[in-house]
Design a protein around this ligand. Structure first.
Ligand code: DAT
Ligand code: MG
Length: 140
């Protein structure tokens, strides 16, 4: 399996509860490296653009409100099988269904406020990294 890069966000529910370090530690303990990171308070327009794929879903308005409600940490994670590994560490979208030991099971309050985002495929990883980072900001 090749070394991959994936895009990760620590969402406002987690930054508000001061969980950034605890979440990064879970990535690092699993062998992923943070090769880019910045804290952003995204605008509604940025949130709408990032989640455009969900624009027709009933929860879209709520999702955009939440994602622009406070600081987020956007990151690029690198490692062996990073895309699937990150999804595994995150756990299922609904924290009630997430496996023990995952970020969402450990920290998340609800399906809407589920602490982390992670790309789901190589194409979305490349697109999402490009949405938030210039090449020069990624230092492997
Ligand atoms: P994931 O973040 O696990 O990739 P997704 O891409 O299906 O999940 O949805 C994106 C985000 O939208 C998700 O992290 C939280 C929110 N969301 C999804 N389903 C929802 C629902 N039924 N009610 C409220 N928010 C939801
Ligand atoms: Mg998704």
């Amino acid at each position: 399996m090749a070394i991959e890069r994936t895009f990760s966000m620590i969402k406002p529910d987690a930054t508000k509860r001061n969980l950034t370090g605890a979440i990064v530690k879970m990535f690092e303990d699993a062998g992923l490296r943070v090769v880019a990171s910045k804290r952003v308070w995204m605008s509604r327009r940025q949130a709408e653009g990032f989640y455009a794929v969900h624009k027709d879903r009933p929860f879209f308005g709520e999702l955009v409100d939440f994602m622009s409600s406070g600081p987020t940490v956007v990151q690029v994670l690198e490692g062996e099988n990073a895309i699937a590994k990150n999804r595994e560490i995150m756990g299922a979208t609904n924290p009630a269904e997430a496996a023990e030991g995952t970020i969402r099971k450990t920290f998340s309050k609800s399906i809407g406020e589920n602490s982390v985002h992670g790309s789901d495929a190589p194409e979305t990883a490349a697109e999402e990294i490009r949405y938030w980072f210039a090449e020069t900001e990624i230092v492997g």
